[in-house]
Structures are given as C-alpha cells and as structure tokens.
Design a protein around this ligand. Structure first.
Ligand code: NAG
Ligand code: NAG
Ligand code: NAG
Ligand code: NAG
Ligand code: NAG
Ligand code: NAG
Ligand code: NAG
Length: 702
C-alpha cells in the first residue's frame, strides 16, 4: 500500500463526492442570455466565440494566450447579452465571477495581462496585443465610440497608460488609461489592510466584477479561494448607461508582448440583475502542468466501477485516519535518506511566527522567504517556502538536498536544513543580514555599494563557482546565477544562494514541454536549444552578473529604451566606440578603479559570448580576477547573442527553441541600428586601436 499516498486518496475521494453533489447544478440553468454558468470549464461546443490565439483545451480550460510573443486572444459568449431596454435607457445591473490563472513564461517574468471585457463586437478586429491587452487600437484610445468596458488584470507596468505597478487591477472605459486601479489583493475578514495577490503566481485566482445600477457602483474583488471577500478591493462610481449599447458581448481578452504568459480561464459565471454564483475552485479543471491533473486521472479510472469505488472509499477513510494519527508532516521513505537536518514543521512555524507577513523578507519566482529565529538555539535563519508544482519534482529535488547540504564554502549561503509538508517545501538557510545584491544595484538602491565592495562580491561569487564546478567530487551547476540570488552578509561579502531550485522548477513542469529554467537575460542562448545546463551556461550568467554589478543595471530591462534593452549589447556598443567607461554605474560618481572596471566589463563581454566554448572556465576567470593572468586586449564580440538576423545564417542550424533567441528575432520595435551594430562587428577587436570601423561584411563568424 505504500505506493499510494493517503492524502492523495483522500483528496480524490472528496472530489468524487463533490462531483456527485454538485452535478445537478447544470440542469438548473436559466435563460442563456441572462445567465451564463460554466462551473467546471468549457465544453468543446463551448458557446464561446474565440479568436486570436484563444483555444478551449480538451480538459475544458480556456487558454486565451500561450507563450507566443505579441499575441492576443479573445473569447466571448456567442450570444449577445441585453444590457438596456432602449437606446436611451439605463443599463441593468450585472455580476460575474471567473477563475483564472496566469503562468509566466519564465518564473516571475511574463506579460501582459487579461481583462474581463464587455464590448460591442465579439472579435475586436482592430485590437493590438502587448499593452493594448487585445482591447483596442492605439488610435482608438479614449474614443467614445469604442463602447468597451474592461476590468484588467495587468502584470506589466506601462508608462504610456500611467499604470501604477506591474501587478494591478484596473477599470477601463473606452481607454487603457484606467479610470481606477489598485494593486491586486483582497481584504481578509475585518482587516483594513489588503493582502497582495500575485497575479503571475500561476495559482488559481477567482475574480468578481459587480455593477449595481441603482447605486451606480462597480466593485471588483479577487481571492485565491472560493469565498467572495466581503469588501471590494476596487470600487468605482460610474453610470455605465452611456457607454453601453442595448446588447453587448461579454467575455475575455488577453495579450502577450515582449514577454509572454499563458492566460487561462477555468470557469465562469455571469448574471444580469442578480449576483453571479461564485465558483468552487476545487471542481475546476486544472491548467496544463499543475498538480491537480493526477487527481483527475485517478477519478476517471475509479469511476469505472461503483463497487470499486465503495471499497476504495472505505479504504481511503481507514488510511486517512491512520495517516492523521501517524503524522502531520507525512515523512516518506525517500526522505529519510537525506543528509542535512530535517526540521519538524512545528519548529519552523514557531520560528517564523506562523509565516507571518511581518517576517516576510521577500519573494521570488520560487517562493517566499521569511525571517525566523529557531526556538531552541535562538539562531536567526531565513526560511524559504518553495512553491512546487508536482510531487515528483519535489522528490527529485529533496534527494539533491543531500548533495547541496554537504557543500561548504564561505561564499555559499549555507543550507541548514529543510522540511516537507504535503507539496510545501521549506528550506532553512543561514540568515544574511544585508539581503540580496539586486536591492543595492537597481531602481532605487538601498545604499550605493562602493567599488571595492562590488569587486569583492564578484570575486566571492567567482570563487564559489570555481568550487562548485571544479573542486567538489562532482560538478555542481547552479543554474540561476543572478543578482537576486547573491546575498550579502553583515560585512557585504557576497554569498551565492538558492541552490538547485531552478532544477526543482524544471522537474515540476509539464513533461511534454521542454521548459528552460532560469531568468531571462541570464540564460545562455544554447540553453533554449539544448535545455541542458552546463558549467559554461553558469559562466554566461556570471558574465551578465559582472556587467550588472559594474553598470548598476539589469541585463535585460523591459522598461528601458529599445536601444538599451539588452545590457550586453549596449556595453558592446560602447566598447566598439572606445568609450567603455561610459557604462559604469553613474551612482558611483566616478569613484572607481578604472583598470578593474575595464577588466570586469571585458570579462563580462567574453562570458556573454554566444559560443559556449569561447567562454573561459571559472578557474581561468578567477586567475584574471586575482591578477594572476593578464587578459588579452582583444575581445571577441558577443556576436549575435540574440540572433537578430532574419532567418538563419549559421551553419549550426536554427532549430527554434522555446526560448527568447527566437523571441527577439520577432521583436519589431527593437532598434534597427543596435541590431546591425551587434551583427556587423565580426572578428577581433582591439580597444587600444581606437574607434573601430565596422566591417561591412556581416558574414557569420562561426
Ligand atoms: C450552450 O449551448 C447549448 C446549446 O446551444 C445550450 O443548451 C446550453 O444551455 C448553453 N450553455 C450555456 C452555459 O450557455
Ligand atoms: C501558440 O499557439 C499557436 C497556435 O495556436 C502556435 O502556432 C504557436 O507555436 C504556439 N506558441 C507557443 C510558444 O507555444
Ligand atoms: C427590460 O424590461 C424588463 C421588463 O420591464 C425588465 O424585466 C428587464 O430587467 C429590463 N432589462 C433591462 C436590461 O433593463
Ligand atoms: C489600427 O488598426 C488598423 C486596422 O487594423 C491598422 O491598420 C492601424 O495600423 C492601427 N493603428 C495603429 C495606430 O496601430
Ligand atoms: C472615433 O472612432 C470613430 C469610428 O472608428 C471615428 O470615426 C472617429 O473619427 C474617432 N474619433 C476620434 C476623435 O478619433
Ligand atoms: C475614464 O477615463 C477616461 C480617460 O482618462 C476619461 O475620458 C473618462 O471620462 C473617464 N470616465 C469616467 C466615467 O470617469
Ligand atoms: C469580524 O467582525 C465582526 C463584528 O465586528 C465579528 O462578528 C466577526 O466574527 C469578525 N470576523 C472575523 C473573521 O474576525
């Protein structure tokens, strides 16, 4: 019996029961023009009119967009809905609830958003993707004859439309400049401060939009549960009568831009003149790659025979009871082999005061980090609560904790222990009092790091990478080197953290899609083709890290001017022009060691080379940094890192991986001048020789 997890059985059985209990609801449907109810996904003959990239998947999930860039998708209820009885009449009240999920292409990086939409047409033929959310055309913004109402769930901050942040809800009337907006979140019972919900978390979120025509009030709520919050997160006083025609189409729109997300709708209810039924999140179909699919498979298999079900049910109850008695933490055989200290869940809960928001140190693509104090020893620790997508992923990762826990280096954030509870993984690390490096480099830094501090941090990271790659029993690849994963101790020494988590995420992903894990801008180009991380792909990310530490800028700045989008291209351009020191972080106020800055920038460019073989190994990089080896003056161009050439010029073929190499080819707004300069400069370059005159031939250097 030990291959069946009791929890899983229990969940399946409860879902089965729920399934039977809720089944009659469908036959209670009222007039389709006034009531729309899809409590468990959409059927194939889905009564929906879809266009753009939208598609109803076989399990009933409506996918508005996939990860294609600059794409849009619409799905409207096929029959129009009557909102007014006469053209001069007043609009009736309406109410809707729907469940959605936004899964970014890369952890934490996606775009643009989705919107519940009421529109005069069901196809919006002129609409544009990206910041236009598939709702309108640039020339239509604010035009009264659009007749578009939208409640947007936007994950990109567009300066053009005055967006407040990159995780907001907005109410849009005939325009994309929201008439009201708020950071996505909800008010828990009786609480006056909202709790933030991350729209891009990939979790299922339920949203409610209610319009009361008597009070002229529009309310929006969201929650991660089936229960409608009492207080709305966003309210706006408006009489919609003048914006609506007599009949309108209701549905959804979503778009992607330079970055993409999968936008899914899993269930929907809509009512005129009455409150829409909330959705029961536990009975929704699951999005591709999420954990719930296992349960569903189990249900299908089991419902074949009723008698099997009864036996199964009794067995499940028995198992569940035993399971509850035995332990709440569910230790499984494979967990007992693991080396580092396994903490009891209770202890960690106590240490973090029940994972209180107040103890939250930060969050990233892989989960939230809390500050904690271990009850027995009074040691300060950081507890990372990892969001995992599947049990297999977790198991593979936990077996690796064995390796990770044994690594010891003074520039490595020490993993002290871990704990698993259901699909929650808690990792306990030594506490780093100054937080992560990115907070000192970008936007409004907490403090400006002095040059010596920056150089010391880079050296520290280089040393630990050398240790990981070459000095242990086996090569360990970090896979996600970036400023956010470099943590600073009290003396501003850099330590590398977040080990192997990228791998966990990868194992957890849908096996049918090869998912490249890492962070955009730090990912080596070959990874999008081979999907196989190597020491050399770590070196690539380290190169990006060096450049950002010197320049105080992210390797890829989606919000930057197009010509500055890619840090490496910008640095290369300045190098070519012989003005390399222009890129050094202006916040340093000129207080830096020029020779060291040039060294880091040159190394950054070398490590950013498109060809993995050209990137030096860590041992050599450490020798350069220590001054034991002198870097040659010549630097090969990083050369077509992002492969801007239309079509394929290389003999190596251009099998288009799922990643961004392809993406940026498609990017039309990218400044042409930058592209040509990064392509045209073939061959070696000598800085001392002064300004470089571009070689007119753009033949492939490979
Ligand atoms: C979908 O269409 C079918 C047939 O036209 C109809 O019976 C059903 O009620 C519709 N469902 C919804 C939710 O409108
Ligand atoms: C998205 O879907 C379209 C067709 O629906 C397909 O052509 C495209 O390759 C898909 N893109 C990705 C990134 O999966
Ligand atoms: C239209 O009029 C009917 C009958 O008076 C009423 O029941 C219905 O709610 C009205 N519809 C709208 C959209 O105002
Ligand atoms: C608006 O849509 C039309 C028709 O699709 C298109 O030709 C035009 O370029 C769009 N305008 C803008 C500003 O994008
Ligand atoms: C608004 O749109 C209508 C129809 O597309 C067009 O005729 C009109 O000129 C537009 N008005 C403005 C101010 O752009
Ligand atoms: C909504 O905002 C647009 C653009 O800012 C403005 O023209 C319009 O009057 C506003 N509508 C309402 C009802 O406030
Ligand atoms: C909220 O406050 C009301 C009255 O003040 C109280 O009855 C209710 O129990 C509170 N709810 C919660 C969840 O604290």
């Amino acid at each position: 019996m030990d291959t069946l997890s009791p929890t899983l059985l229990w969940v399946s059985v409860s879902m089965l029961i729920l399934h039977f209990l809720t089944a009659p609801a469908e036959s209670q449907l009222q007039s389709p023009s006034a009531h729309i109810f899809f409590p468990r996904g959409f059927t194939a003959a889905a009564n929906l009119t879809v266009n753009g990239g939208s598609q109803v998947l076989s399990n009933g999930v409506l996918r508005l967009t996939n990860a294609s860039l600059r794409a849009l998708g619409h799905a409207f209820y096929s029959s129009p809905v009557r909102f007014k009885n006469s053209s001069g009449g007043s609009a009736a009240s309406f109410s809707t609830a729907f469940a959605f999920s936004t899964v970014p292409q890369y952890p934490g990086l996606g775009g643009h958003g989705l919107a519940f939409t009421i529109s005069r047409s069901s196809d919006l033929p002129r609409a544009l993707p990206s910041q236009y959310l598939g709702l309108m055309n640039a020339s239509d913004i604010g035009n009264f004859s659009n007749h578009i109402f939208a409640a947007e769930f936007d994950t990109v901050k567009d300066f053009e439309f005055g967006d407040i942040d990159d995780n907001h809800i907005g109410i849009d009337i005939n325009s994309l400049v929201s008439n009201a907006s708020v950071t996505a979140g909800y008010f828990a019972d009786n609480s006056s401060t909202p709790r933030v919900i991350h729209l891009q978390s990939g979790e299922v979120i339920q949203a409610w939009v209610d319009y009361d025509s008597l009070r002229n009030q529009l309310d929006v709520r969201i929650s991660e549960s089936s229960v409608k919050p009492t207080r709305a997160i966003l309210s706006f006083n408006v009489d919609l009568s003048e914006f609506f025609e007599e009949t309108m189409f209701v549905g959804f729109s979503a778009s992607t831009g330079l970055l993409a997300s999968y936008h899914y709708i899993m269930g929907w209810s809509f009512s005129m003149n009455g409150e829409a039924k909330s959705l029961d999140l536990s009975s929704l179909p699951s999005t591709p790659g999420s954990v719930k699919t296992t349960h569903k498979g189990l249900i299908l298999g089991v419902s074949v025979s009723a008698s099997v079900m009864v036996v199964f049910f009794l067995a499940a109850i028995a198992l569940y009871v035993i399971h509850r008695i035995m332990t709440a933490d569910a230790i499984e055989a494979w967990e007992l082999d693991v080396g580092p200290h396994r903490f009891p869940y209770k202890e960690l809960k106590k240490a973090t005061q029940g994972f209180r928001e107040k103890e939250l140190l930060g969050f990233g693509g892989f989960g939230r980090v809390y500050r904690g104090t271990l009850p027995n020893t009074n040691t300060q620790v950081a507890v990372k609560r990892v969001l995992s997508r599947s049990k297999q992923g977790l198991q593979k990762f936990v077996t690796e904790i064995n390796i990770i826990g044994r690594l010891r280096h003074r520039n490595l954030v020490q993993l002290l222990g871990w704990c698993r509870r259901r699909n929650d993984l808690l990792l306990v690390y030594e506490f780093m009092s100054n937080g992560s490096l990115d907070k000192y480099l970008f936007d409004e830094p907490k403090r400006i790091l002095r040059w010596e501090e920056r150089f010391k941090i880079i050296k520290g990271v280089a040393l630990v990478l050398l240790y990981l790659h070459e000095e242990g029993d086996q090569t360990v690849i970090h896979r996600d080197i970036k400023a956010a994963n470099v943590l600073l101790d009290g003396g501003f020494n850099g330590k590398l953290g977040d080990f192997g988590l990228a791998k966990l995420y990868e194992h957890g992903a849908d096996p049918s899609t090869t998912r490249v894990v890492g962070t955009l801008g730090y990912l080596a180009p070959e990874l999008t083709k081979t999907g196989k991380p190597t020491a050399s792909s770590d070196v690539f990310s380290f190169g990006a890290l060096m450049l950002e530490v010197v320049c105080g800028r992210r390797p890829m700045e989606p919000k930057a001017m197009p010509e500055e989008l890619m840090l490496v291209d910008w640095v290369w351009e300045k190098w070519v022009l012989g003005s390399i020191l222009d890129v050094v972080d202006p916040r340093l106020g000129g207080q830096f060691d020029e020779a060291e800055a040039i060294l880091l920038l040159k190394l950054g460019l070398i490590c950013s080379n498109r060809m993995p073989d050209i990137r030096p190994p860590m041992r050599q990089l450490v020798q350069y940094l220590e001054g034991d080896l002198v870097l040659p003056d010549k630097v090969l161009p990083p050369e077509g890192n992002y492969d801007f050439k239309k079509g394929c010029s290389g003999s190596s073929g251009c099998d288009e991986g799922p990643g961004y190499v392809h993406s940026y080819q498609a990017s039309s707004s990218y400044d042409k001048a930058t592209m040509s300069s990064s392509i045209a400069n073939d061959g070696d370059l000598d800085l001392e020789a002064g300004p470089y005159s571009p070689d007119s031939s753009s033949s492939d250097s490979r």
